[in-house]
Design a protein around this ligand. Structure first.
Ligand code: PEP
Ligand code: MN
Length: 263
């Protein structure tokens, strides 16, 4: 596979610095989305994220605001001039997101595990020019991650990015999802032109781990970070313990050291 980011948000944003993706785990209200985006706009983050359709492990939790949230992201794009992204898990999600001109789509960890679901998304992406970020599957399976990337690539999408969000484990560890760094390192060794981003929020599961996990990833030569950011993290409707305020994000970004030698 040969990845091409020539016209991507990715190459334009990067310029030797790590790419920064930030925004709430979930879009909750129009005001929360706009308020977060305004604060992040001041920090020149490269891509705004917010989940609209939320895959929850068990029923009964907040499952996202659905399609109406796409219009809020579209407002962030039009009014603040930011690039916006959301998670897609079905062909319908892809179609709706593209109708609302979402700039970048991502495939979540619970979707990457399912070849049928990924293929359905790939089919919906045929002939479409939109960058796609593929999170690792929930289980530590490199082939499944590569397979999902290949399915999207074969649909003609070469502007692809991999996101490392850690892996489920039944063992109790300090992480919510254990990083198993060898897996993304092996992915990157195999596909050097594939950008690799760390998601320290889902790896750590708590905000204290965002800095050390991000720094470790940058030390390994990762190309960027995706950090969940919420105006009032403790009140968030999903992933409250791992979200940070935009002010805290600025501190974290200010403290991260970027090594000159990468990989
Ligand atoms: C998310 O990014 O909010 C999310 C649901 O992530 P993951 O697919 O990594 O669990
Ligand atoms: Mn989340």
């Amino acid at each position: 596979m040969k990845f091409n980011h020539a016209e991507s948000f990715f190459s334009a944003a990067q310029q030797g610095q790590p790419l920064v993706i930030a925004g709430p785990c979930s879009a909750e209200t129009e005001e929360q989305v706009l308020q977060t985006a305004r604060a992040l706009k001041q920090q020149n983050i490269h891509l705004f994220r917010a989940g609209i359709w939320k895959p929850r492990t068990r029923p009964g939790s907040f499952e996202g605001v659905g399609s109406q949230g796409l219009a809020w992201l579209n407002r962030v794009k039009r009014e603040l001039g930011m690039k916006v992204s959301t998670e897609v898990a079905t062909a319908r999600h892809v179609e709706e997101a593209l109708k609302q001109e979402i700039d970048v789509l991502w495939i979540g960890a619970r979707t990457t595990v399912n070849p049928f679901a990924v293929q359905e998304i790939a089919d919906a992406l045929q002939g479409v020019h939109v960058p796609v970020m593929v999170k690792n599957p929930v289980n530590p399976d490199l082939a499944l991650w590569i397979g999902a990337i290949e399915r999207i690539y074969h649909a003609g999408v070469t502007d692809l990015v991999a996101i490392h969000r850690g892996f489920s484990s039944y063992q109790k560890t300090k992480y919510r999802n254990v990083p198993v760094w060898q897996i993304p390192i092996e992915l990157k060794a195999r596909y050097q032109s594939l950008p690799l981003i760390v998601d320290p929020s889902h790896i750590g599961g708590r905000r204290e781990l965002i800095f050390p996990v991000s720094q470790k990833a940058l030390d390994l030569g990762y190309d960027g970070v995706m950090i969940e950011t919420h105006p009032t993290p403790d009140l968030a409707l999903s992933d409250a313990a791992q979200q940070v305020t935009p002010a805290r994000l600025a501190e974290i970004l200010g403290q991260l050291q970027v090594r000159k030698t990468r990989y």
